[in-house]
Design a protein around this ligand. Structure first.
Ligand SMILES: Cc1cc2nc3c(=O)[nH]c(=O)nc-3n(C[C@H](O)[C@H](O)[C@H](O)COP(=O)(O)O)c2cc1C
Length: 204
């Protein structure tokens, strides 16, 4: 148990924390889960076997249970099942032929619209039009992706994030019927960070 975790961490980092049997009593039996988590890898070869849609829904629900900035839930998961859509996605991610063979494709989206809608619904001017909402939605989506990967690992399903799709964000949005990103992020002005005035060390 403990040995496995330490071996896995040493294999990855060349050394491992000074964890001993004495620590296990405070770890609620989680040491095996930690070893599994540390021993994960992306998977680029897949069985020719569909994933039960109910299992996919369950994994999505678990992933969307991740922490969310201000509980704004600024992330969505699109499960792409349409064969024609998948074919276009394959074309938009050249250099990732394993995508074609994957039994399931999910697109993880930062939702930059939800917060704007909340202002709209209350007829309030949107006052957060700076880098932060873009950043927060991206971070929420990344956390949901990471949680999905961890959840899929737990049930024996390998995954591989494909960032190449981002190079064609507009085309992916159109294909999946998502709101146009350019409409969502009309401008990203430089954030207004008040700079402290730094006294001139030379007194000039
Ligand atoms: C945000 C993100 C984007 C990634 N994009 C791709 C990708 O486009 N194609 C790919 O084959 N792997 C992609 N990966 C997988 C990484 O290459 C992989 O996680 C990394 O090489 C470390 O290997 P490991 O996860 O097996 O430890 C991505 C991973 C992350 C987290």
């Amino acid at each position: 148990m403990l040995d496995r975790l330490l071996t896995v961490l040493k294999a990855r980092f060349g050394s491992a924390p000074a964890l001993t049997e004495a620590h296990l009593k405070d770890m609620k039996g989680g040491v095996d889960v930690l070893a599994d988590m540390a021993n994960r890898r992306v998977m680029r070869r897949y069985l020719d076997k569909p994933v039960d849609p109910v299992l996919l829904d369950t994994l999505c629900a678990v992933a969307l249970s991740a922490p969310s900035k201000s509980d704004l839930q600024q992330a969505d998961i699109v499960v792409v099942t349409d064969k024609a859509q998948r074919a276009v996605l394959d074309e938009l991610a050249p250099g990732n032929p394993w995508m074609k063979a994957a039994p399931a494709i999910l697109v993880f989206c930062g939702n930059n619209r939800r917060q704007r809608l909340a202002f709209d619904w209350r007829s309030r001017p949107y006052v957060n039009d700076h880098l932060d909402p873009f950043f927060n939605a991206s971070v929420d989506a990344a956390i949901v992706l990471a949680t999905f990967v961890a959840a899929a690992d737990r049930v024996g399903l390998g995954t591989c994030p494909i960032s190449t799709l981002r190079n064609n964000a507009g085309k992916v949005s159109d294909l999946l019927g998502l709101p146009n990103p350019s409409a969502l992020i009309p401008s990203i002005p430089v954030p207004h960070i008040p700079l402290p005035s730094i006294p001139n060390p030379f007194g000039r």
